[in-house]
Design a protein around this ligand. Sequence first.
Ligand code: NAD
Length: 355
Amino acid sequence: MEAFFYQGSASRIAFGAGQLAQLPQELDLLGVRRALVLTTPGQRVLGERVAALLGERSVGVYAEAVMHVPVDVAQAARNEAQRLCADGYVAVGGGSTIGLGKAIALESAQPIIAVPTTYAGSEVTPIYGLTEGRLKRTGRDARVLPKTVLYDPELTLTLPTTESAASGINAMAHAVEALYSQDANPVISLMAEESIRALAQALPQVVRNPDDIDARSRALYGAWLAGICLGTVGMALHHKLCHTLGGTFNLPHAQTHAVMLPHTAHYNQHAAPEALTRVARALGGTEAGQVGELLFELNCKLGIPADLHDIGMPETGIDEAATLACANPYANPAPIDYDRIRVLLVRAYRGEVPA
Ligand code: NAD
């Protein structure tokens, strides 16, 4: 057996339908007396419900979170938090909301309780991102890791099925890459395989019946495990490509991950056969060589757009994306080869089965 390092996450996790009701007690445990509730404009009503639950412990709702945390949005939130003398944050929403909480905590070191409502996984990672113009800067800092995460599947019931499906495959991408990460370890690999299995079982049920709370719970469980994978071991080609595509062409985050995953997993099938056999098994197959096709079929079943064209990628951007993806690549099992990456992008652009 190979040597490895494993660092467990310091977050406290509460999981289960109705767990939102525990929020006041969880704030008490952290000693937070003046919590600012963060969310997106679209989830303001939920933010207000959370603030009402907190009563005097809440100093208000700040519903200005947007995708990729622009620096001016982060600064405005910090100013508002200071004006209100907030001493902690409840980030209720998806990765955009939790990202805003992290941007505040990066400077204030004040605690965040995250209440995720998508499957993105940011709530259990020490990774933050800040965007200035077209440039997104990411980093790791222990101060931004939420101290407590309340996973309440009831809060995901309102996530539309198209968003649920794409967000779930976004989560699965963290687990797939964890299995062939350069710093993979046996504990994270167990979580990754379990995550892929849970998501692959639950997402089709969620799409068929979005009100199925058991399926929603299992999907959120898979997403939690995937988030731990993302926060613990390094990611590879898939995340580099999605980061590049999202940042350069302003493509939607979760959908980009979902369209690309069959292609990037296929790209690595010969270089990481053991890891991809585990992925295949979790998807109901047997061999590494099936993974691209299995993921492609799963996307079709979930009604996820098959191609980058559908989600807003310009055809003229393929060369630029291939060049950017090959510059400063992340460690990846298969060598990063411009011609192969370009072919991968053309197939993803056209919505062709990985080959
Ligand atoms: P998001 O947070 O942008 O949410 C997408 C939309 O869905 C928003 O309009 C939001 O209001 C709405 N929404 C969220 N939950 C809902 C619900 N339950 N019901 C109805 N509407 C709901 O999307 P996301 O994919 O969760 O997050 C994407 C962002 O998170 C990106 O900026 C990405 O880079 C970042 N991210 C960061 C990390 C990290 O570790 N730092 C990890 C994953 C994602």
